[in-house]
Design a protein around this ligand. Structure first.
Ligand code: FES
Ligand code: FES
Length: 155
């Protein structure tokens, strides 16, 4: 066991865990942030996507010891503090009624928002590439692509 201080959604959190513990476990089990989902556990489905220092990463294979002082953002911290505000990607998701069962959607939104933060006007190919690691069993891919385009137009 070791103590780590993590910056999550703008707040500092101390956790006492095995250094090899995946960040996904720390978020869900220790911090109660259950918006980030467990899907495959082997970096193949994207359900567990978070932002680490602004980049979309798979939290199921990221050991807590690798985080250091890099800020983590989860789906709970994506929008502004004001509860009424949504992130433009979340607004576009609502507009296009994207989710079906919803299980993959937090990960999809985190990948999409990381893409638009660095590339506000992505081409279809760039969207395809950025989202290729996020699997949706319900097949909402068409609405996901449309929502990303809408979010890009609004930004
Ligand atoms: S649960 Fe992490 S990529 Fe599938
Ligand atoms: S909405 Fe069901 S897995 Fe994507």
């Amino acid at each position: 066991m070791a103590t780590f201080t993590l910056s999550v959604n703008g707040e500092q959190h101390k956790v006492d865990v095995d250094p090899k513990t995946p960040v996904l476990w720390v978020l869900r089990e220790h911090l109660g942030l259950v918006g980030t989902k467990f899907g495959c556990g082997i970096a193949q489905c994207g359900a567990c996507t978070i932002h680490l220092d602004g980049e979309a990463v798979r939290s199921c294979t990221l050991p807590v010891s690798a985080v250091g002082d890099m800020p983590i953002t989860t789906i709970e911290g994506l929008a502004d503090d004001n509860e009424d505000d949504l992130h433009p990607v979340q607004e576009a998701w609502l507009e296009h009624d994207v989710p079906q069962c919803g299980y993959c959607q937090a990960g999809q939104i985190m990948s999409a928002s990381a893409l638009l933060a660095t590339n506000p006007n992505p081409t279809e190919d760039e969207i395809e590439e950025a989202m290729s690691g996020n699997i949706c069993r319900c097949g909402t891919y068409v609405r996901i692509r449309e929502a990303i385009q809408t979010a890009a137009e609004k930004a």
